[in-house]
Design a protein around this ligand. Structure first.
Ligand SMILES: NC(=O)c1ccc[n+]([C@@H]2O[C@H](COP(=O)([O-])OP(=O)(O)OC[C@H]3O[C@@H](n4cnc5c(N)ncnc54)[C@H](OP(=O)(O)O)[C@@H]3O)[C@@H](O)[C@H]2O)c1
Length: 287
């Protein structure tokens, strides 16, 4: 009998991790999932609760896994947790652990728009994390995702909340574009990457490149939601003075950044028929 794959997932309670753990469990992967808080585990899943990934005896449980999928990350800073601490330094710690535990491969989700030319704090923290992984000597795959959507993703939740209030706000013109990818495709690509795409950095983007305005209109189709454009100055002002505003500073930076990834390459190297998020929205099957 073939030995089942043994895979470690960090940030186990997050949106992508929940979807991924379900998919891996259905594919008979032996899972070791780590989270700061308690969570319900799937079959063949060992649960580890860890406050900071630094407890004693931690390493032993990860020993000789086939891959570690690092899904810890933040997209908003506070005085207690900043990008450097979580996106970069914790990744460096996880890379070290992976080496010590003789894990064969590390898979990481960075961000679309990350590059050596970036001047944005969020992207710099992800770039430095990428660098830790590339320089580690471990096999790796780094994905740079655009918006990953599905049931309960943050982006869709935010739009749904606005629809409930009767109005969706578009910062600025709304002419900047996004390249949404469905989470069910994302989990398949990540699973493929356990045995493929070695030492590659790949854009994780869907087949549609669509303006934010068009996306929002489709998203709210059939509801009585008013769509209102506000000046960018007002959107940034709200983000600066209210940490709970609809769009955080880096949400705005990423949107206005108007980044475009290479879906053709992703489609060519993987065995997946990618779903069009636009078609799912049009047919009412996304949410
Ligand atoms: N979703 C997207 O569209 C998208 C796009 C680009 C990149 N990404 C990247 O993909 C990864 C997963 O994203 P996601 O959408 O699943 O995000 P998410 O739902 O926010 O999950 C991230 C997880 O990181 C862990 N985490 C957060 N703060 C932490 C802290 N201070 N210390 C330790 N762990 C902490 C938490 O895991 P526990 O609660 O289990 O401890 C959290 O659930 C992130 O690195 C993100 O930057 C996502």
């Amino acid at each position: 009998m073939v030995k089942p794959l043994k895979i470690v997932v960090t940030g186990a309670s997050g949106f992508i991790a929940k979807n991924l753990r379900k998919y891996l469990s259905e594919n008979n992967v032996e899972l070791i999932s780590i989270s700061r808080n308690d969570f319900k585990n799937f079959k063949c899943e060992t649960k580890i609760i860890s406050k900071n990934y630094k407890e004693k005896n931690f390493l032993k449980k990860l020993q000789n896994s086939d891959a570690l999928i690092h899904l810890v990350g933040i997209g908003k800073q506070s005085v207690n947790t900043d990008y450097d601490m979580i996106n970069t330094e914790l990744t460096a710690h996880i890379v070290n652990l992976s080496k010590k535990a003789k894990i064969k491969k590390i898979i990481f989700l960075s961000g679309l728009g990350v590059s050596s030319n970036t001047s944005l704090g969020y992207f710099i923290s992800k770039y430095n994390a990428e660098k830790q992984i590339i320089d580690s000597g471990l096999d790796f795959t780094i994905f740079r995702p655009s918006y990953i959507v599905g049931k309960d993703d943050l982006f869709s939740k935010n739009l749904k909340k606005q629809i409930k209030s009767g109005e969706i706000i578009i910062p600025g013109s709304g002419n900047y574009s996004i390249q949404p990818i469905h989470v069910s495709d994302v989990v398949k690509v990540i699973f493929e990457s356990v045995s493929k795409f070695n030492n590659k950095t790949i854009d994780l983007v869907g087949p549609d490149y669509v303006t934010f305005e068009k996306y929002v209109k489709l998203f709210s189709k059939g509801t009585k939601t008013k769509i209102r454009k506000i000046k960018l100055e007002e959107a940034y002002h709200n983000a600066i003075i209210n940490s709970k505003s609809n769009f955080g500073i880096d949400d705005l930076n990423i949107l206005i950044g108007n980044f475009k990834g290479n879906h053709k390459r992703l489609s060519k190297i993987s065995d997946i028929e990618f779903k069009s998020v636009l078609k799912l929205l049009q047919s009412g099957r996304l949410l």
